[in-house]
Design a protein around this ligand. Structure first.
Ligand code: DQA
Length: 149
């Protein structure tokens, strides 16, 4: 049987993980995050497509593409979570389960990070658990896909 496909999307500046504010985001790079996701996917017997972009339009297009090919979306929208109604609309339109991830605990940070548009469409939100949050999100998404067939 074909393995379910979970698309893992990463928004702006996450290409700088490891270099960027390590006191907040830690020392793991985006390649390390991809490895965490690949190991979780192997264990869960799901396929993943792991991507990062700095562009809001590109992120919206990638979400739209998921409609015909994916079973679920795990997304760290980064700053676009706080600002992008276009991203929220795309996530609604795609009609797939969504789990939102933030490496840092956005609720312990500046007030402008406390609100996320993506949370309105997400089944669940994992924040503050570092890059391990991605593995937890993949586990939860695999469970959702299995339960909802
Ligand atoms: C982030 C939190 C956001 O507030 C921030 O803009 C990011 C990263 C996180 O993973 O903790 O770029 O999404």
């Amino acid at each position: 049987m074909k393995r379910p496909l979970i698309v893992v999307l990463n928004g702006p500046n996450l290409n700088l993980l490891g270099l960027r504010q390590p006191d907040i985001y830690g020392h793991a790079t985006l390649d390390d995050v991809e490895q965490v996701c690949l190991q979780a996917a192997e264990r869960l017997d799901v396929a993943i497509d792991f991507r990062q972009t700095n562009g809001e339009g590109e992120l919206v297009s990638w979400v739209q593409e998921c409609r015909s090919r994916a079973n679920g979306i795990v997304i760290n929208p980064a700053a676009y979570g706080h600002t992008s109604i276009a991203l929220l609309d795309a996530l609604h339109a795609v009609e797939l389960p969504v789990i939102e991830v933030h490496i840092s605990n956005i609720h312990r940070r500046e007030a402008f990070r406390h609100h996320s548009y993506v949370s309105q469409v997400a089944r669940g939100v994992i924040c503050g658990l570092g890059v391990r949050g991605y593995a937890h999100a993949l586990q939860a998404m695999a469970d959702i896909i299995e339960d909802e067939g």
